[in-house]
Each structure stands twice: as C-alpha cells, then as structure tokens.
Write a protein of this length. Sequence first.
Length: 404
Amino acid sequence: MNAWVYRARTIDGQIREGILQAFNEAEAARQLVKQKMIPEFVRPAPKEGGVTGNLSFRRSAKPMSMVFFARQFATLVDAAVPLVQSIEILQELTDDKVLKKALNQVAVDVQSGMTLAAAMKEHPNVFSDIFVSMVQAGEQGGMLDTILARLATYLEKAQEIVGKVKTAMVYPVIILVVALLSAGVMLTFVVPTFQTMFESSGLTLPYPTQVLINISEFVQSKWYILLGIIFGGAFLVRNLNKTPAGREFFDRLLLRIPVLGDLLHKTAIARFSQSMASLLAAGSNLIDALQASAATTNNVVIEKTLLSTRAAIEAGEGISKPLSETKIVPNLVSRMVDVGETTGRLDDMFEKVAIFYEGEVDQAVTRLMKAMEPALICVVGVILGGMVVALYLPIFEAMTSVDF
C-alpha cells in the first residue's frame, strides 16, 4: 500500500487535509467518499518531510507507547468515560511526543463528528492499518473496549516477535564491528611498525605481506576515500531500499540468505497469522483482514504474494485454496486454515498457526545463533589471523633460509 496526501471538503463545507493508505489514487478517493467527503485532490505523499498539520508522516510513535495506549484506552472505555475525554486523558499521560500530537488532532476530529477509526486513519505512521481496522470493527460492533484490549495483546505479541529477531542480530553485529575495529587498529598502528622493521632489515617481502602493507598505506593516506565508499554505499542502499523495485530486491535477497531467510519468513508468517486472528475475531471481513494483515509482514515479496490471493477470495474460493497455491505460505498453514474454514472457526485456527510459528521463530533464532558462531569465528580468524600470518611470514622465511 502507498501513502496519499489529500485535501477534501466535508458535507458542511469544512476543509480537511491529511494522509491515507491505499493501493492507488482511485481507491484513496473512494475512501474519502465513504467518509462523506468530496476530494479536491489526491496525490502521492512525498518520501521525506511532512504535510502541514500531519506530524505523524515525519516519524512513528514508539511500539511500546502504542501498547500502553491501547491498554489504557480499553480501561477508560470500559469505565464508560466519554470517547473525547478518554483521548484527552491519554494525551496527557503519554510521554511519546509523536503520539501526543496525533491524539490532539484525533480528539479534535472526533469532536467534530468523525468516527474514531477515520480520525486515526489520518495518521498512518502512528496508527497502522490493523490498528485502524480493529478500532473500526470495535466501533461497528459496539465492543470497542474488548477490541482495544485484544489489540494491546496483539501489539505486545508482535513486539515480542520483533524483539526476538533483533536479539538474534545483535551478537553477530557486535562481533563484526569488533573485528573491523581490530583490523583497523592493526592496519594503522601495528603494520607500519613491522613495515619499518622490514625496510631496515632489507628482507624480501612475500606477496601476502606486500599486499597487507599496501592496504595499510592506503588506509593511512587515503582513509577519506574508504569512508566515502562506506558511507556512499550505505546511502545508495538506503535510497534504493526506498524505491518499490529496490525494496522488493532487498526483501527477496534477505529471504534467500540461509538460516536468516528462514527466520524472517517464519516471523512474517507468525505476524500475518496473529493479525488475521485478531482482525477476524474483531469482526472484520476476510478481504479487509487480509489487506491489513499482509502489510504487517514487513516484507514486500510476502505481502504481494498474500495480496495476490485477493481476487480468488472475492470470487468465492475462500482463503485456504489460494494460500495453498502460493510458494510463500507453508502447506501446514493452508491445511490448518482449510480446517478453520470448514469448522467456521477461522480466527481460532489463525491463532493456533500464530502460536505454532511463534515457537518456530524461537527455534529459528536458536539455529541462527548456532550457525552464526562458527561462521563468525571463521570470518574473524580469516581477517585477523590472516593479517598476523602475513606480518610474520617474512620472519619465518628468513629463519628457514639461515643455515645452522
């Protein structure tokens, strides 16, 4: 889905501006019409910066802030506190500046007659699609407090899954950073000392030693070029990742990495299943639930594959058969979903799938850590051990050439 900036006029003549999520301009316009607004313009939102009056476009609220917000909101609604007053109370309680400003605008919009879901939808970087969809279902079903409590539980589980993936990546990153820093210290301080000793002794340097000395001289004299390459490469990758084609390329590449790709795949399935379970239990229809849940996978390749089943579902095939025809969704998932459709308990079955894959994520994290340890030892050994061997190689050759 893409972000669209709009300007529209309400029935009573008020002007409203904001951002909404839609697949194309026509769908964005239809969303405005459904909210009883007449669009004046709808255009793609810029990649950077923001729109006046819509701070959420600049950056997102903290995940845990959203968990606390949903949990506290459910308590206030259950206590029969008026909606606008509840939002104002939560605005005072939160320390998250992005969420605080968004809630201020939400309170104004709700007081002016907008539904809570519609008001939240204007802040897509604060309130995700699944957040808005569940709130909308709660408003329509008259059980907003129950839905908000369920939403808080979903956000906690989603954050727990993300935390496991991040934890798995911390160890290898730290080891690689330490290895690179150690290599930098050796090239800057240790190698020049050996170089001076070799020059004074007149030893003939082997090829590996000469290469190491050349690298050391380059790092010392042309370090700014090296930094330029590093930061330039990072800048290029970052900007390519912002384009649809670039994002799809990197997401596809990540899925093909041994062990890590398996972890990311299972994480996406767990998040998708948990989202589907929450939305279906809240009363959302299958198409809306699929659309919102696909976006939670955080992988364009998986999201597109899941959304490709939409046409078949709209044609009346259900969801299990289209899912079974994709290469992204495991057979176990499609079979369990088929059972859920047959028994009429699709939300419960998606919940069971989510629980199963949360356990799979734990095992994938363990496998990743076990695979990383020998791999990192090899990398560090090649980098640092290779440098040490190259430095001492001339000395060893000189010693073997001496006749005792």
